[in-house]
Ligand binder design. Structure first.
Ligand code: ATP
Ligand code: MG
Length: 228
């Protein structure tokens, strides 16, 4: 589902944010991505949804070499991936409903279909009762759940989240992780960047660890067969 083949990323000369990463995440797996600040976690996630381009190497998402996707077809990749940003990136003066519905409106779906998708995703995160609240009027933990509901609403096949529990206390963090487990139980591939080792210990999942852009531990072996 997600494959990296000798991937390098340089933002500036002489310095690598990502260095020779090889990894393979299969459909339906749940992975943590960990490492110290500056290790390259956010960069690795951005490479997956082509927010950043690799300096060298190939990235396969759902059997597609994303290097070869032209800009005008990029929406096809982005629709496969639900993204939960560390700072949520919500529209705080809009309602919870609108935050989830607007990306679906952009896709041109019918109102009745959008209503159903919003309802289903709010049920998943346990927030139907906040549907008509202005987003700035709900708590931080609830805002995080709205961000997850928005990511999942468009039926992605992959969910990636960058420090989704970064601003939350332990109890809320566990709640959020349980939501990701539920999402994963529906067959969606989940990749979560976190430097919270307690959380990683609590939820025994496969873990990819980065150190200064290099992969220092991963349970997967480099894939030998690549389809271009
Ligand atoms: N846009 C950019 N321009 C230049 N350098 C960058 C840029 N983004 C990231 N970097 C550098 O790339 C390296 C990896 O950064 P990245 O944000 O991926 O790390 P991270 O593991 O997500 O860190 P954190 O835990 O602090 O979020 C760092 O050295 C960082 O300074
Ligand atoms: Mg980061």
């Amino acid at each position: 589902m997600i494959g990296f083949y000798h991937v390098y990323k340089q933002y500036v000369k002489e310095s690598y944010a990502i260095y020779d990463i090889n990894l393979s995440i299969e459909k339906g797996e749940f992975y943590f991505l960990t490492g110290a600040s500056g290790a390259g976690k956010t960069t690795l996630l951005k490479l997956i949804y082509k927010e950043e381009l690799p300096t060298k190497g190939q990235i396969l998402i759902d059997s597609v070499n994303i290097n070869l996707i032209p800009r005008k077809k990029l929406y096809k990749l982005r629709r496969k991936i639900g993204i939960v940003f560390q700072d949520f990136k919500l529209l705080y003066n809009r309602t919870v409903y609108e935050n989830i519905a607007i990306p679906l409106v952009v896709r041109g779906y019918r109102k009745s279909y959008i209503d159903k998708m919003v309802k289903n995703s709010l049920s998943l995160v346990g927030l139907n009762h906040r549907k008509n609240y202005i987003t700035s009027h709900i708590s931080g933990g609830e805002q995080q759940r709205v961000a997850i509901a928005r990511a999942i609403a468009g039926n992605p096949i992959i969910i990636i989240a960058d420090e989704p529990t970064g601003n939350l206390d332990t109890e809320l963090s566990i709640e959020i992780l349980k939501i990701f487990e539920k999402i994963n139980n529906n067959g969606i591939t989940v990749l979560i960047a976190t430097h919270d080792n307690n959380l990683i210990r609590m939820f025994s999942k496969k873990t990819i660890e980065l150190k200064q852009g290099k992969l220092i531990s991963s349970p997967t072996k480099e894939k030998q067969q690549w389809i271009y």
